[in-house]
Design a binder for this molecule. Structure first.
Ligand code: DAH
Length: 344
């Protein structure tokens, strides 16, 4: 029996030597040391031994078991270590790789300029009013002293939806809406930003949709000098204190007298260049004293109050401010263009 045990030890240790993975190791453990394994099988014969032989063989049996167990444990530890090393290798994170950049959006330059203009006028005590982009012929034209068949309607080719409804061609209808909402009260002091639509062919300076900001002030004794002072203040806050304005007589049906306002050319500082066609001035807005008929349409008595109004194109103000040469950049949604304004 002792020989059989020694033979088993030899065979088991040889077998275990070459084992290369944990599953085979476990199979061998069961095969040699399991409840129905070979060692148990041999030791089952102990019953037929003499009382003197039994402890001796028992001792040998224990030694064989211990020897096999020791080799299995050592092998197992090796496998565990290799598995851990493998996992660490597989899960390695290369902290030197570049990260995924999250790109930040930025405020659109037209929004930015609109907010700047709003801030300047809010600083002068104005409030901001809005009106609908789908407007009635009455508010867009009639109430602004542009009756049907008035030749000045040709200046603003319109998108009509029905005979009486159109996409507003200007923010001026918000003047009438504001006056009606004020119900004859003074002072009225609002600016009205928003989109307007005209049947123009798009090019570097025209777009079928663009943005305007309207201004309206009504009260007792509002004079043209108030208008001029207000616009000078606005221009100097917007473009710099060195800027000047000049008013040229003009015509708008809703104002009398009417003027167009030029500002010092920012490009050349007034000395004359290509941008200002060598005049030193750039036109930025239309304005005038509110026409008595417009006051009446808004529910005011022209004998008691007067007012001034102005309207400017936001795109034009932005083009001049940032030196942009084509209005279409504003609508193309090209992030290369837009991102330039993120840090301004
Ligand atoms: N609504 C005019 C336009 O779109 C701009 C304008 C001119 C507005 C004079 C005014 C104004 O309020 O007084 O061409």
């Amino acid at each position: 029996m002792k020989e059989r045990l020694e033979a088993l030890r030899k065979e088991a240790l040889e077998q275990l030597q070459g084992v290369a993975d944990a599953a085979v190791l476990n199979d061998l453990r069961v095969q040699y040391l399991g409840k129905k394994g070979q060692l148990t099988e041999i030791l089952r014969g102990m019953g037929s031994l003499s009382a003197e032989e039994r402890p001796v063989i028992g001792q040998v049996g224990n030694d064989v078991r211990a020897a096999i167990e020791a080799v299995i444990a050592e092998k197992q530890e090796g496998f565990d270590r290799a598995a851990t090393a493998h996992r660490l290798q597989a899960e390695t994170i290369d902290v030197t790789l570049p990260g995924k950049a999250v790109s930040m959006g930025s405020v659109h330059p037209l929004t930015k300029v609109t907010q700047e203009i709003e801030d300047i006028f809010i600083g002068m005590g104005y409030t901001v009013a809005e009106g609908p982009e789908v407007e009635t012929d009455f508010f867009n034209f009639e109430a602004l002293n542009l009756p049907k068949n008035h030749p000045a309607r040709d200046m603003q080719d319109s998108f009509y939806i029905t005979d009486e409804i159109l996409l507003r061609t200007q923010t001026s209808p918000v003047q009438i809406r504001t006056m009606k909402a004020m119900n004859g009260k003074t002072p009225v002091k609002v600016i009205c930003p928003g989109r307007v639509y005209r049947r123009d062919d798009d090019d570097a300076t025209h777009s079928f949709m663009f943005h305007q900001i309207e201004g309206l002030v009504i009260g007792p004794n509002i004079r043209m000098s108030d208008l001029k002072g207000t616009l000078l203040q606005f221009v100097q806050e917007m473009y710099g204190p060195q800027m000047q304005i000049r008013l040229r007589p003009s015509f708008f049906p809703f104002t009398e007298p009417s003027a167009e306002v030029d500002v010092t050319c920012a490009q050349c500082g007034g000395s004359g260049c290509r941008m200002c066609k060598h005049t030193g001035w750039i036109e930025i807005l239309g304005c005038g004293m509110v026409h008595p008929k417009v006051l009446e349409h808004g529910g005011y008595d022209p004998a008691e109050v007067t007012g001034f109004a102005f309207g400017m194109g936001v795109e034009r103000i932005a083009l001049l401010k940032y030196g942009i040469d084509d209005i279409r950049h504003f609508y193309a949604n090209d992030t290369k263009f837009l991102s330039q304004f993120a840090k301004m």
